[in-house]
Ligand binder design. Structure first.
Ligand code: SAM
Length: 206
């Protein structure tokens, strides 16, 4: 997977490649899909949600340019696979998931892997972390119509945010950098994510 689907495409960050090689994706995949753990596509994890495609996990992580000392906020814990990659590459990860069932399962797997630099919260991540905090990096792992204002507010000066922005079915992956309360946006590629459901995302009745 690392050679063919990541290094063979445009994943160049050596730390990202190392983390993707070190974290066992099969630990986050439901048993009935275990044989497809290293295929480069999303898989169902329950609650109509998916574990993201390995290439997209690597690409989004690479976009955050992590060097090891950063504090990261992740919106959409899902299976916890992306959380594990972030936890390997940053100092601390705060992650929010709206489904308690997914959050609890992710928490169990991440603890079994010995990743203990992670704080979990169950709730609406579109409203940001529930305490007043600033994050060096923010990753949104579900599609949003625009960057939620509370996430812009919680991004540190000079910080980077990566998110899929667009419609309910297809989005553009963007990287935003914050300078003097303004975001400068760079488009990365087209993508397809499940929607972020919440106050600053999509409504449940879509
Ligand atoms: N990166 C994850 C992984 O590798 O397993 C996959 C994330 S999945 C594509 C998107 C996740 O965002 C789902 O688990 C979904 O329940 C969650 N989500 C959707 N809206 C949310 C919200 N408002 N707050 C927190 N999580 C949300």
């Amino acid at each position: 997977m690392v050679e063919a689907d990541l290094r063979g495409r445009d994943i160049r960050d050596a730390r990202v490649l190392e983390a993707m090689g070190a974290i066992p994706r099969e630990a986050f995949v439901p048993a009935k899909y275990a044989g497809q753990s290293y295929d480069d596509y999303p898989l169902p994890i329950g609650m109509s949600q998916t574990i993201s495609q390995p290439y997209i996990v690597a690409l989004m992580t690479q976009c955050l340019a992590l060097r090891g000392g950063e504090v990261v906020l992740e919106i959409g814990t899902g299976s916890g696979y992306q959380t594990a990659i972030l936890a390997k590459l940053a100092a601390k990860v705060y992650t929010i998931e709206r489904f308690g069932e997914l959050a609890q399962s992710a928490q169990t797997v991440l603890a079994e892997l010995g990743l203990n630099n992670i704080e979990f919260f169950i709730g609406d991540g579109s409203a940001g972390w529930p305490e007043d905090r600033r994050f060096d990096r923010i990753m949104v792992t579900a599609g949003v119509p625009q960057i939620p204002a509370p996430l812009t507010a919680q991004l540190a000066e000079g910080g980077l945010l990566v998110a899929p922005i667009g419609g309910q079915w297809t989005q553009e992956l963007v990287v935003a950098q914050k300078h003097k309360e303004q975001l400068s946006i760079r488009n990365i590629c087209g993508c397809r994510f499940v929607p972020l459901v919440g106050k600053y995302g999509y409504s449940e009745e879509m």
